[in-house]
Design a protein around this ligand. Structure first.
Ligand code: M7G
Length: 322
């Protein structure tokens, strides 16, 4: 099935979210009686930095008004599906309840996850999520040649599969505009579900990964980007509990809260922290991050935990939350 066939059969139900800054909208609907989510995001203007070519010509231009030396109006851009498309469209079908909650507008909270909170509330949830086969797409990339034509870099030695990883364009990227370059590195080993599982025994492996990413990614994009122009980070909480690394152009402000402090943990900092955290590594650390009220972990205990912590610290809580 192709994306055009799916979009054609899409029966719109409601808008889940929209963001004027990222110029994106998320729609919920049905395709053949099963939930579908369509995300549409208008693309950024494309300037080819090496040739300094600007490819947005105007097909039509209409003046709104003028005043002294100021003129403004609206335009229709001349665009091209291959090199300069108008929008990026993502479809998830069939979408699960978890997807619908994730893409819906929601209130965010800063939570402080102590090792005890992790063990009582988060760990059981991660184990459950792991059982639900939400990682089929990861398995497809690693073992079934999915997206194989798009793989940017593959580091795999037969004798040491566990150390290997694949780098490819993230689903969030249109694959064209370097300003919004967004790649994901997925590791072959499957014993690390989140940064909580990282300890000093992983340090050298992470250093090698980090250095390879910084070496190969700029080379793969003709050095349009330098290694120090890459934001290399890991999410906590991630949506998918198989260790993977986000590699994003630092010019990209990030989509939604994907790069918010706390949720995005720099790989450099992870490696540095492993020098101090002791043999248990991140199991010993209190992690603070942003989470939405739709996330199952909020209702499963993080909400109560936030309330308890505020009370223990004698910080007044002025507004009730959902
Ligand atoms: P995350 O931190 O677990 O989740 O990162 P989140 O950032 O979505 O909250 C998973 C990353 O993998 C995200 O950046 C996704 O956009 C990306 N991703 C998810 N899927 C299902 C795919 C896929 O099928 N292919 C590719 N290339 N990337 C994906």
């Amino acid at each position: 099935e192709s994306i055009s066939e799916l979009v054609e059969r899409f029966q719109f139900e409601k808008v889940l979210n929209s963001n004027p800054q990222s110029k994106s909208i998320v729609l919920l609907g049905k395709i053949d009686d099963k939930h579908a989510i369509i995300t549409a995001e208008k693309t950024h203007f494309s300037v080819n930095s090496s040739t300094n070519e600007y490819s947005n010509d105007y097909e039509k231009l209409k003046q709104t008004t003028k005043n002294d030396i100021y003129y403004w109006g609206t335009a229709l851009l001349k665009q091209d599906l291959e090199s300069n498309p108008s929008a990026k469209i993502n479809v998830i079908w069939p979408a699960t309840d978890i997807h619908i909650k994730k893409y819906s507008q929601q209130t965010m909270h800063l939570v402080r996850e102590t090792p005890d909170v992790y063990n009582r509330i988060v760990k059981p949830y991660i184990d459950e999520m792991y059982e639900q086969r939400r990682l089929k797409w990861v398995h497809n990339i690693l073992y079934e040649n999915a997206e194989a034509d798009r793989v940017v870099y593959k580091d795999l030695i037969e004798e040491n599969k566990e150390g290997g990883f694949v780098v490819l364009p993230d689903m969030k990227w249109d694959g064209i505009n370097i300003d919004s370059l967004y790649l994901v590195a997925i590791v072959y080993r499957d014993d690390i579900k989140s940064i909580r599982d990282l300890n000093p025994s992983h340090k050298n492996w992470l250093i090698t990964l980090n250095n390879k990413i910084k070496t190969f990614v700029p080379a793969c994009y003709n050095f349009a980007l330098r290694p120090d122009e890459l934001n290399i980070f890991v999410h906590y909480q991630p949506s998918y509990y198989h260790f993977h690394i986000h590699i994003v152009n630092i010019r990209h402000p990030g989509l939604g809260l994907g790069m918010s402090a706390g949720k995005a943990v720099l790989l450099d900092d992870i490696i540095e922290n492993l020098n101090y955290l002791g043999p248990q590594g991140f199991m010993n650390k209190t992690l603070s991050y942003i989470i939405g009220t739709n996330h199952d972990l909020w209702a499963r205990g993080l909400k109560d935990e936030v309330a308890r912590q505020l009370q223990a610290e004698d910080i007044p809580r002025s507004r009730s939350s959902t």
